[in-house]
Every structure is written in structure tokens, then in C-alpha cells.
Ligand binder design. Structure first.
Ligand code: N01
Length: 895
């Protein structure tokens, strides 16, 4: 990078001269793309004193809005949100005429921005970068261009967009067709006269759905070839909604800031109620409101909290959509063909339309359902399906894009260090760090690259965040004397893992879409955008910067190399959100509250959690403990009985909680396993110290065994289960039952168990603080329950007991839990003693992950595995039901 930076206009003039004369143009930064991202980059880089050249294949600014000029093209994020926010004066000086602006208006806006900051003078239009090579010796990129001089730059920034490379239709015979063929994404600037013509549209994504109603008004006849029916919501376009405009006017800064920290880049608070907490009528009312408002982001995020994560919750919404389609489209067969039924709502990009479904009531419109009669060829006169030939004059291809990666790999080759080729590196799918950088490709940045929130967010907000982050870093690196910045392999692999963890929470895996690469034959498949949300992504980027560029290697000719290597997110994404939320609450340590204060706090805390899911019956009763009656709560499955039975012990360090405090967890395990759960209100310390809880555990288990048939259980041994100190009681109960004559126990489920009084295992120091259950809280629990002299008694430290002859065990431990290592030690010791043991070591989870049902969604498939273990103990087969509403394929295997 140049030390003394001449005024950028001098540079630009020099650049223009070099370009015109075929001499390699030298700049600090080359920016490819003159759309939303490229324009803002140029503005910021120039302001920061970097010399810059922009390049774009198009003849003017606009990016995607330059090319996509098909009839009906509009944005489908409300335009007040789909705007730059970096300059309040720019915002003040531009007013959108409609809620969802048309393509010409958006293009005018981008032209207005380019003029306002005089950006065009640094852009070489009609210029394609055709190859990019990193030169280690000079630590610069050399870009080969299609037009004029090549470019040598320190930093190469691809602002090439996610949906820029049109996808060929993969249908034989297009070249033979004698009529006119148009891609929506390359629509002629002068427009197309379709009046009186027979037109075919292939494709019913956003482009098809926006253009079809308008084409139908012009054409003599329109035939729509649909492969996958899509969800479309009426835009109800018009003026910017008064309420939204007022919100923006009153406090623009807050409005924009909320968008920056939101999940989708639009300032809407997330829905909090879960689908099953709302009645049918309430769900319908919410749906109708958003349908009438024509708010796509609202429909994607505001209905109920589990709409995008739980297939059953999503199916409720999908059915409301189908009802609407059937009510609009008169011909029942056409209506049915238009009903999306092979993917959850939102897993494939839904559309915003104007009169789309009603268009199929027109006499001049026909729908061809390609699921029933696939296209076999395009012929000179039209389109042939398996059943017929349809002659047309014009074919419109609304067949989409080679999304996310297409525009990047179109520059070929891009070679990084040691001649490494990006196409080869991405042969099995794109790999990036943050979607912004690639290991082995120093000083290359991708704006909205695969791995960034990009297309799952309001692009305007994501683009500004990316650009600000990149330019801020370049300024800092320059100040520190660094000339190269490069992601490390460790950081990139960690990002891939985090991406996968986020994606398993969503329903994107259940659809074949351009998000996953499934729309392009042969393209490697996987969810390409970051699904963790705009706000969380922003906080991760900020964390990387604040930790000295975590995961990047920085070098410079006059400074020592710096590399703070590591993975930025090792927690599961929802665990990270929960812990961040708890940290923000700045709660006093639980151990400072006293036993009663802590109990009150937990009771209050539990009130704010999502209610547990419905089960067949919930019944409270009293059983006989070791020293008198104890309360219990019974959860019975909705399936016909009799069922097997599980005695459950809640968590709370022998001090806190009661038979109801793990209510959502018990309900969830009851539903998934089809077993009765009896949660026991055993006695607590300090009122009842060691060994009260242990003795109650055995007594309660005996009582349940003796009253099993009254409780609705089938004959046979029961199971025990517990979480945390409750798992300690369950483990101890198995030992006592073996030694004291029963009852017979068929299996033990131990979730994050306390098993030993030694505190020097690594997890006690690795996870001492910051993961809710702290080391000092554990010390407090131990002190209240058990005096040091008693601690090695197997009734509180079961790891020190005799382990042979115990029932089979399923032991669950969490990576970020002080109790992790003693849980693993217990599982290993059981195994050594000849007990059948299975382990689940949950990667990225914390002590409370599993009981936090409907909050830590990534723990759901772990619970499904626990339920299946219990069923195996009970001698029942694996229950597919337990996997039914599972948002994840569990990836928590031991690392
Ligand atoms: O492309 P698409 P698009 N034979 O991929 C079908 C954004 N956008 O240009 O689903 C038959 O969504 C294909 O069928 P299937 C927005 O993010 C935004 O419409 O693969 N059919 C599908 O129906 C959007 O999601 C706006 O089975 C074939 C269609 O073509 C993204 O761009 C406006 C086929 C392609 O749909 C892409 O939208 C427009 C074949 N061989 C676009 N090949 C805004 O409003 C493909 N299809 C901001």
C-alpha cells in the first residue's frame, strides 16, 4: 500500500490514462461491481484515502438493477428499508414513491447516489475482470481485464452480487427455436413488444411471478411452465405505509440501528409465541394481517417463533397459504397445481406478487405443470412436453441464476498463494471465513459472498456492514503497517462448522433451491448463505476485530507477523445467543443470593421460558420419600397406554428447583419417548443436607415401582433419569437399588451428571465462568449440601462407588460445562466395569442446553437420542415420532 496517498482524483486521472494506454493500472484497491456494494465501497475507500478503480461489465451503475429490467421487476423488501443509511443527508434528499419500488426507480436511485458522490469517474464500465492472480513477491493482485489495461492492486474486492450469473435453462433445442428468446435477467433495454404474441414463460421464481401478470396483459396467449410451485404473497403495493414512514422520520437513527441488529436486516422484533401457544383463530388472524399488509419479511419472521425452525409449525402456515391460493384460482386443478407442497414456507425464497394467482383465471393464460409433463425439448416452433407440443412466438426464460458463487467463479482463474485456484478449492462447495475472505487468498474480499447473511437478509443492510467492516480493517492495517491480511485454515474450518450448526436449525435443508446450489445440475450442495442472522453476524465480525483480527494472519514489510489464530464461534449458535442475553442482563451471581433468594430467582426466571409442549396428561400427586411425603408431577404420553415409566430427578444443585422446574424437558422427553415421566420433588439442602436427596431418590423410585400399575405403567422394570444434580441422584439410585434389594432398574439416563467431588479436571477450569453454571456456583452447591468429610461417599460421588452390575447407561455431557469431564469419567468407568454405556458428548453446548426446550433448538436431536435410549432400555423399538419435529441432525459426536 502506498504510504503517501495522493488525492484520489489525481490517481483516478492517472488510472484513466493508464487504462486508455494499455499500461497496467496501479491502485490500492480494485472493486469489481458497480451495484449497491461497489458504489458504497468506492465512496468509503476514496474517503479513506485509498486509490481505487471500479470495474463493471455493464455500461452504467446499478448491478442487478441494471440487468433485471423485465416487466414487473421490483424489490420485495420495502424500499424504506432497502436504502443506504450511511449518510443522513442522502436519506433526507431521496424519497421513494412506492412501498416496493420498481426497477427503474431503484436504478435512478443508484444513479443519484453515483452522481452525488461523483463515483462514475473511478469506474471502468464495459470492463470485465477475466482472471486474477496473486503475486507473492509483490504482495499484489494482478487483474486481467477484457477491456483496456490490466490492474495491479493491493486489495481485490469482488462486489459482484449473489444473483448475477444467469443459469442456462438446461433444455435441449433453445438454439433451434425460430422465435424470440429472452432471459428475464438480461431483458433488452428498449423493452419487448409482446402484444398479440403467443408467449411462454419458463420458471416461477420471483422473476417469473413478477413478470407473468404483466406479460399476460400484453400477450395474445401466455403459457406458464411451472416445475415447482412457489409461495407468493400479494405486495399490495402503493405508497410507503404511513406508520413506517413516520417511524423513520421520527427517529431515523434508531430505526436504522434496530435494522442493523435485527435478524433479517429489517427493524421488526422477532415473534415470541410458539405455534402451539396460539389458537387456530389467533394464528389465522396473524396470517390474515400480514397477508393484507403485503409484508414478506413480516410473513417470514412475525407469525410464530417456531415457523422457520419446526416443520410442524411451518406446515400450519403453509396450509393457510394453500387455502388462499384455492380461494383465488377458480379452476381446481390449476389451483392445486399452484399449491406449493414439497417444501416448507421460507425454505425456498418466497415471492411477492401483484395479481399472480388471479392471472390464472384469465382466459388467455394456461399453466403447464412440469411435474406431470416435463419439458422434453424446445423445437423450432415452441415447447414440447411429455404430452404435447405448444407453439409459441416468444420464450421468456425466468430460470434463475448460478447463485452466490457463479459471479465469483466466472472470473477464472483466480489464483491465490502458490497458484492455488479458487475454483479447485471450491470444487466441493464454497469455503470462506465470514463469507468475506478465503484462506490462501490474501487481500481478496468478497462482499456478500457465500457464508455471509447476504440473500437471507436485507441486502442493503448487509452490504453496508460488510463494506464498513472491510474498509475499517484496511484503514487499521494501513495504520499498523500491515500489507497483507489472510484468513487462517483454522478460522475458515470453524466458520464452516458454525455455518452448518446454524443451518441445521433452519428448514433450508428440506428444499431444493438456489440457496443450496440444487438449482444448478452438478453444483455441490449445501446451504450457502449464513443463516445465523444479521445482528449475530455483525457481533461476530466486531468480536473478530476486537480480538486482534482473530483468525487472520497479518504481514507487512516492516512489522512482525501477527496471527491470533482460532475459531470465532465454538458455541452452538442458539447457545451463544442465550449466553449473550444472560451476559447483557448482568445478573448477580446466584451464589450471592442465599438459598431462598436463589430459589425465588429461578422460579421467576422459569416464568419467562416457553411453556412446555402438550402431553396426554399432567397430574400432580404425593409419594413416599425416605422421611415422609414428597410431591411429584406425572407426565403421561398422549398415545394409548399402558406405557413404560421413568423416574425423573430435576437439576438445581441439591438446593434449587422442584418437581415442576424441568417441566418443558419432562414434557419433551415424554412426547418423544412415549414413556410416563414421574418428576420427583426430593428434599433440598440446606434444610435437608446429604444424604437426604440420595435417600429420597431410592425411596421415590421404590414407591413408583410399587405403584407402577396404578400410575398407568405396564409391568416390568422402570428407568431413572435426571439432569445435573438430578442425574447425580439417578446414578446414586441405581447403585443403592442394586445394593439394597431393588427395585429393578432397566436403564439410567444421566444428563450432565455430578459424579465426583474432585474439582481439578480440566473442564472445571476451562469452563469455570461464562457458561451460566460456574465453578463457584458448584462450590456453593457442594458446600450447602455436603460437608467435606462426606464428599467421597458414593451416595454423592457415585464415581467412587462400585460400578459393576449397574443398569445400562446413557451419559450426556456438554462441551462448555464444568461438569463435562466428571460425566465422561463416569461413563468410562462404567464401561470399564462392564456396564453397557452410550455417550453423547454435545459439541458447542452448555450445562443448560438440554432442558432449555424451544430455546436451545440445537439440542433437540440430542433429546431425540435420549428418548430413543430410554425406549431401548424399556425394550421398545426406536420411535420415529421422536425425530418428527426435530430441527437438527445432531452433530454432537465426540470431537
Ligand atoms: O430465479 P429462481 P428467479 N425447466 O431460481 C425454474 C431474487 N429476485 O430469477 O424451482 C423448468 O428463483 C425453477 O424451477 P425449480 C430473489 O432472491 C428478487 O426467479 O428449480 N423450470 C424456478 O421456478 C429470487 O429468489 C426479486 O423447480 C426451470 C425458476 O425457474 C432470486 O432473485 C425479483 C428450469 C427459477 O427461479 C432468483 O429469482 C427477482 C428448467 N430447466 C429475483 N430451470 C425482487 O423482487 C429453472 N427452472 C427483489
Amino acid at each position: 500500500m502506498s504510504d503517501a496517498i495522493p488525492a484520489s482524483d489525481t490517481r483516478a486521472a492517472a488510472g484513466a490514462f493508464e487504462a486508455a494506454h494499455g499500461v497496467t493500472q496501479h491502485v490500492d484497491v480494485a472493486v469489481v461491481g458497480a451495484g449497491f456494494a461497489g458504489l458504497y465501497l468506492l465512496h468509503r475507500l476514496r474517503k479513506a484515502g485509498f486509490s481505487v478503480v471500479g470495474m463493471d461489465e455493464a455500461d452504467d451503475v446499478g448491478g442487478t438493477w441494471y440487468w433485471n429490467r423485465y416487466p414487473g421487476a421490483r424489490c420485495d423488501i420495502q424500499t424504506v428499508d432497502y436504502s443506504y443509511s450511511f449518510d443522513p443527508e442522502l436519506e433526507r434528499d431521496w424519497t421513494w414513491s412506492e412501498k416496493y419500488a420498481t426497477q427503474p426507480e431503484i436504478l435512478r436511485y443508484l444513479g443519484f447516489v453515483a452522481d452525488r458522490y461523483d463515483l462514475r469517474r473511478d469506474i471502468r464500465f464495459g470492463t470485465k475482470v477475466i482472471a486474477a492472480n496473486w503475486d507473492d513477491a509483490t504482495a499484489r493482485w494482478l487483474l486481467t481485464t477484457s477491456n483496456g489495461a490490466n490492474v495491479s492492486c493491493r486489495y481485490y474486492i469482488m462486489a459482484t452480487g449473489c444473483l448475477s450469473a444467469p443459469k442456462p435453462p438446461e433444455i435441449d433445442g433453445v438454439k433451434d427455436f425460430k422465435g424470440e428468446v429472452y432471459f428475464t435477467s438480461r431483458w433488452p433495454h428498449q423493452g419487448v413488444d409482446l402484444k398479440g404474441k403467443r408467449v411462454a414463460v419458463i420458471g416461477t421464481g420471483s422473476s417469473g411471478i413478477q413478470s407473468i401478470p404483466i406479460i399476460a396483459e400484453q400477450a395474445a396467449h401466455l403459457t406458464v411452465f411451472q416445475r415447482t410451485p412457489n409461495f407468493a404473497l400479494p405486495a399490495h403495493n402503493g405508497q410507503v405505509p404511513a406508520e413506517r414512514a413516520a417511524q423513520l422520520q421520527q427517529d431515523r437513527a434508531t430505526f436504522r440501528e434496530q435494522a442493523r441488529w435485527s435478524m433479517a436486516g429489517v427493524p421488526l422484533p422477532p415473534a415470541t409465541e410458539l405455534s402451539f401457544q396460539l389458537s387456530d383463530a389467533e394464528r389465522r388472524a396473524r396470517f390474515e394481517k400480514l397477508w393484507a399488509a403485503g409484508d414478506l419479511v413480516g410473513m417470514l419472521t412475525q407469525l410464530w417463533a417456531d415457523q422457520a425452525t419446526d416443520p410442524e409449525a411451518n406446515a400450519l402456515l403453509a396450509e393457510l397459504f394453500r387455502e388462499k391460493i384455492r380461494s383465488i384460482v377458480r379452476d381446481p386443478e390449476t389451483a392445486e397445481a399452484l399449491c406449493p407442497n414439497d417444501h416448507p414456507f421460507g425454505s425456498k425464497r418466497p415471492c411477492l406478487d401483484t395479481n399472480y394467482y388471479a392471472t390464472f383465471n384469465r382466459p388467455n393464460v394456461t399453466l403447464v405443470n412440469l411435474r406431470k409433463e416435463p419439458i422434453t425439448a424446445i423445437t423450432p416452433s415452441g415447447i414440447k412436453t411429455g404430452q404435447r407440443s405448444i407453439d409459441v412466438d416468444v420464450i421468456v426464460l425466468a430460470t434463475g441464476f448460478d447463485a452466490m458463487t457463479g459471479a465469483i467463479t466466472a472470473v477464472h482463474p483466480i489464483t491465490g498463494r502458490s497458484g492455488k485456484s479458487l475454483t479447485e478449492l471450491w470444487a466441493h462447495g464454497p469455503q470462506t471465513y465470514l463469507g468475506l475472505t478465503v484462506a490462501g487468498f490474501p487481500n481478496l474480499f468478497l462482499i456478500t459472498g457465500p457464508g455471509s447473511p447476504s440473500v437471507l437478509s436485507n441486502m442493503a443492510v448487509s452490504i453496508e456492514q460488510h463494506v464498513d467492516w472491510v474498509v475499517d480493517r484496511l484503514i487499521e492495517l494501513r495504520a499498523a503497517g500491515f500489507t497483507t491480511v489472510e484468513a487462517t485454515e483454522t478460522a475458515q474450518a470453524g466458520w464452516a462448522r458454525h455455518m452448518a450448526d446454524c443451518a441445521t436449525l433452519t428448514l433450508h435443508r428440506l428444499a431444493n433451491t438456489w440457496y443450496t446450489g440444487a438449482n444448478v445440475p452438478g453444483k455441490p450442495q449445501g446451504v450457502m448463505p449464513y443463516t445465523g442472522g444479521v445482528g449475530p453476524y455483525r457481533s461476530i465480525c466486531n468480536e473478530i476485530a476486537s480480538k486482534g483480527m482473530l483468525g487472520f494472519r497479518l504481514t507487512g514489510p516492516t512489522v512482525a507477523e501477527q496471527c491470533n489464530d482460532g475459531e470465532v464461534v465454538r458455541l452452538q449458535p442458539d447457545v451463544r445467543l442465550v449466553l449473550n442475553m444472560l451476559a447483557q442482563m448482568n445478573l448477580p451471581p446466584i451464589e450471592s443470593m442465599g438459598a431462598q433468594g436463589a430459589r425465588d430467582f429461578i422460579a421467576e426466571f422459569n416464568k419467562s421460558r416457553p411453556a412446555g409442549r402438550p402431553v396426554g396428561e399432567v397430574k400432580d400427586g404425593t409419594l413416599t420419600g425416605a422421611d415422609g411425603p414428597l410431591p411429584y408431577r406425572l407426565y403421561r404420553p398422549a398415545t394409548p397406554g399402558p406405557h413404560g415409566i421413568v423416574v425423573y430427578f430435576h437439576g438445581g444443585g441439591w438446593v434449587l428447583g422442584d418437581e415442576q422446574s424441568d417441566d418443558p424437558f419432562c414434557r419433551d422427553l415424554c412426547r418423544r419417548s412415549g414413556l410416563i415421566f414421574v418428576s420427583v420433588g426430593y428434599r433440598h439442602a440446606p434444610e435437608h443436607r446429604f444424604p437426604a436427596a440420595a435417600e429420597d431418590g431410592l425411596a421415590a423410585t421404590r414407591w413408583v415401582a410399587e405403584h407402577a400399575s396404578e400410575l398407568g405403567s405396564r409391568p416390568g422394570p422402570l428407568m431413572v433419569a435426571g439432569w445435573s444434580a438430578g442425574a447425580n441422584i439417578a446414578a446414586v439410585t441405581c447403585q443403592l437399588a442394586r445394593d439394597r434389594g431393588g427395585p429393578e432398574i432397566a436403564g439410567q439416563l444421566l444428563v450432565c451428571p455430578v459424579t465426583d467431588c474432585r474439582f481439578d479436571r480440566p473442564s472445571y477450569s476451562d469452563n469455570a465462568a461464562g457458561y451460566f453454571l460456574t465453578r463457584s456456583l458448584m462450590f456453593w452447591f457442594w458446600d450447602i449440601y455436603c460437608s467435606p468429610a462426606d464428599r467421597s461417599d458414593p451416595r454423592v460421588s457415585p464415581l467412587r462407588g462400585k460400578l459393576a452390575g449397574l443398569p445400562p447407561a446413557y451419559v450426556v455431557t456438554c462441551e462448555f460445562d464444568p461438569l463435562r469431564d466428571e460425566g465422561i469419567a463416569y461413563a468410562e468407568a462404567l464401561q470399564k466395569a462392564g456396564v453397557a454405556v452410550e455417550q453423547l458428548q454435545a459439541r458447542g453446548h452448555f450445562h443448560s442446553s438440554f432442558p432449555m426446550v424451544d430455546v436451545v433448538l440445537t439440542s433437540a436431536s440430542g433429546r431425540a437420542q435420549m428418548a430413543n435410549a430410554l425406549r431401548r432400555f424399556a425394550g421398545l423399538g426406536q420411535d420415529n415420532q421422536s425425530q418428527r419435529s426435530d430441527p437438527t441432525t445432531f452433530n454432537a459426536a465426540a470431537e
